[in-house]
Design a protein around this ligand. Structure first.
Ligand SMILES: Nc1ncnc2c1ncn2[C@@H]1O[C@H](COP(=O)(O)OP(=O)(O)OP(=O)(O)O)[C@@H](O)[C@H]1O
Ligand SMILES: [Mg+2]
Length: 334
């Protein structure tokens, strides 16, 4: 996706901390940094894949973008406004345009609601259509768009397969005519064969409706299949961001290289150069100085333990947060 286009959404230095108490920590509240300064742009009509290990902050980023969770600082620019600064009432019309689809459609659908009621509910909340017959038509038309039909209208979530339930969740988001959908691991709970069908549904809906997706997954195969560009996250930060093809052909960050080398041998995707990392992911609790990967990185330099590298463009459209590629900064400081 060319970066000369104007972004539909801009995330600037977004931070989200959680205050946690634990007996292991002596009962004292400690700060967990779920997002420690995330910046990225999302372009209209693209799919930006977000990948990283469990706990790196992917869901927190998605929720902070759609304002389900409020960030501690930073900005989300949408429609010319920093929507993080808007009150709940000013956010109301924007919430329709920024929707989220979750991993587990069983827990995100109310078991007491029929399909029709589940899809109608957002229309009622946003007072989009006062006429009940027209609302029914809207529900039916959306259901058909996601591959279901009139016979599914009066069934309850437990009467559907996982793939069908996810189609209902997608319909519930679509009925509000969103512009951007944050998809948080929407196929991770599904069988591989059903995953492909639901991914194809996301792709065809995107083409028909010119939707923009922020597509979160921990599965490199899924990310490669669906994304135009990819953001790699590690410990609350984006460490690399570039075109989907580029990330597999020319990965730069040592963490990206390690992640790609972990693709199983039977995967249809290219195997990256083996670059194992030592040790465990550090805890997100408390303050971390320097690069978040410094303790595990085979290319670590002194500077990496003292200063956090910024996400910097090193080739057109290819950003990386690593001092190996920011040579000028490195020379200046040493
Ligand atoms: N409500 C909360 N209270 C306290 N800590 C939280 C809360 N939500 C998330 N966290 C912590 O924030 C960090 C990021 O969590 P997040 O759910 O965003 O990760 P993730 O990348 O989506 O992981 P996964 O791949 O397992 O879904 C984790 O350390 C998590 O424990
Ligand atoms: Mg998550």
């Amino acid at each position: 996706m060319p970066e000369t286009k104007t972004p539909i959404l801009q995330v600037k230095n977004l931070r989200k901390d959680y205050k946690i108490r634990s007996s292991k920590l002596g009962g004292k509240p400690r700060i967990l940094h779920a997002l420690s300064g995330v910046s990225l742009d999302v372009y209209e009509g693209e799919t930006l894949g977000v990948i990283g290990e469990s706990g790196c902050g992917k869901s927190t980023l998605g929720k902070c973008i759609v304002q389900l969770t409020r960030a501690n600082s930073g900005e989300v620019i949408y429609g010319g406004n920093n929507i993080c600064a808007l009150s709940n009432s000013d956010l109301r019309p924007i919430r329709k345009e920024l929707q989220m689809v979750f991993q587990d459609p069983y827990s995100s659908l109310d078991p007491r609601f029929t399909t029709r009621a589940a899809i109608e509910e957002p229309l009622l909340i946003h007072r989009m259509e006062p006429n009940a017959a027209k609302r029914r038509e809207m529900v039916l038309s959306i259901l058909r768009e996601v591959g279901l039909d009139v016979q599914h209208m009066h069934r309850y979530p437990h009467e559907f397969s996982g793939g069908q339930r996810q189609r209902i969740s997608v319909a519930r988001a679509l009925v509000l005519e969103p512009k951007v959908i944050v998809c948080d691991e929407p196929v991770s709970a599904l069988d591989v064969s059903v995953q492909a069908q639901v991914l194809n549904l996301f792709s065809s809906l995107q083409k028909q409706r010119n939707l923009t997706y922020l597509f979160i997954s921990h599965d490199l195969g899924v990310i490669k299949h669906i994304s135009d560009r990819v953001a790699i996250m590690y410990l609350g930060t984006v460490v690399e961001l570039c075109g989907a093809h580029e990330i597999y052909q020319n990965p730069l960050h040592p963490y990206t290289k390690a992640l790609l080398s972990a693709i199983p041998p039977d995967s249809p995707f290219e195997k990256g150069k083996q670059l194992p990392l030592s040790g465990e992911i550090p805890s997100p609790i408390g303050d971390l100085i320097g690069c978040p990967l410094a303790g595990r990185c085979p290319n670590r330099m002194d500077l990496c333990t003292q200063t956090r590298p910024a996400l910097t463009e090193v080739f057109p459209g290819h950003r990386v947060a690593c001092f190996l590629y920011h040579k000028e900064e490195y020379k200046e400081e040493t």
